[in-house]
Design a protein around this ligand. Sequence first.
Ligand code: ADP
Length: 373
Amino acid sequence: MAEIALRNIRKSYGKTEVVHGVDLEIERGELIVILGPSGCGKSTLLRMVAGLEAITSGEILIDGQVVNRLEPRERGCAMVFQNYALYPHMTVAQNIGYALKIAGLSKTARLDKVRQVAASLGLTEFLERKPGQLSGGQRQRVAMGRAMIREPKVFLYDEPLSNLDARLRVAMRVEIRKLHQRLGTTTLFVTHDQVEAMTLADRIVVMNKGVVEQVGTPADVYKRPETTYVAGFIGTPGLNLLPAIAEPDAGVIALRDGQRLAYDTQRWPDVGHGPVTVGFRAEALKLEAGGLSGRFDFVEELGAAQLVHGTFAGETIIAHVTDARRLLPGDPLSFKLAPDDIQLFDAETGRRMPGEVLPATERRRVTPTLVKA
Ligand code: ADP
C-alpha cells in the first residue's frame, strides 16, 4: 500500500489556480524529489501534504487515511525548511529536544534521545552552542535532528540546501541520502536543482506550471523524457532539441537546412512523414568528420570533459566530449550520432512520440509511471 497518495489535488489562491490536479502515489520508504523551476507549485504541494496549506480540492491520504482535515501535528510528518527555522535563544540540544519536551518526556529520557540523534548527525560537540554560533551546514543538521527526533512517518524537505554554498550542498546531499538509507523514512524533497534531484531521488516528480509532467526514476527521466520540457530540464546540459521533418520512408530526419540524420525506424514505427522535434543527448555526440556539419561557437571546459557549442541548421547544439581540439569561432565542426540515440517528440504538443518500441536491453529497466494523466 502506498504510504502517501495524492488524488487530483488542486490549489487556488483567490481565482488563480496554481496546482492543477496532481495525482501521485508514494511507496513506504521512497525518497521522492519534487523538481521544477521557481513558481511551479512544488512548495505549495509539499505544504499541502504537511497540512500547512489547505487544499482547494482533492484528497491526501497518509497510511490509507484521508488527512485533509487533520492538523499538521496529527499527520506524522516532520518538515525541514530552507531557512532552518531554529529557535535562536535555545542551545542545539534544546532545539533538537524541543518536540519531546512539548510531548512531556522526562529530562533524562529527552537527553538520551538528543544525544543519540546528535551523534548520528555529528553534532555531539555542538550541543551547548546556540544556532548563531554554528555554520550553515551545522544549522541544517540541527534542523534535520529536530525533525528526526520525532521519528515521523514522513520527512518533508523544502529546498533545505538552497542557502548553502556549492561544496556544502554536495556534502549535505550525501548526508541526506545516507540518513535515508539508514532510517528508511518515506521522504518528500522539494528542489529546483536537477542535479540534486538526480543524485538523491528514488523517483523524481517533474513539475511545470502546477502540472506534473513526468514521474520516474532518475534514469527514466534522463533516458526517456516524456516531454520536451522534461528533456530540456534534466541533464547538464539538457537534451539538444531541434525542429525537423521526419521522413520514415528514407529512415531519416531532415533538419531545417536539409541535412539528414538516420534514425531507428523500428523504434518509432508510428511516426509518419511530417514535422517533429528531434532530441539527442550532448553525451551521444562524437566529434568526427563526415557527420552533421555546422560551425564552432565556443567551448566550456569542465576539467575531465568539454562542452562544445556549435551552430547547426540555425540552432545551437552542445556536445559533451573529452577530445575537443582548439578551434576558432566560425571554424567548421562535425558531429556524429548513432541512429538509436535519436528521440522524437511531437512538434506541436512537445510530447514524446507514441508507439516507441524499446530495445530488449532497455525494456526490463523501465519502471511503470505512477501518475495518472
Ligand atoms: P515553487 O515552490 O515551485 O517556487 P510555490 O508553490 O511557492 O512555487 O508557488 C506556486 C505559485 O503560487 C506561484 O505562482 C506563487 O506566486 C503562488 N503563491 C504561492 N503562495 C501564495 C500565496 N500565499 N498567495 C498567493 N499566491 C501564492
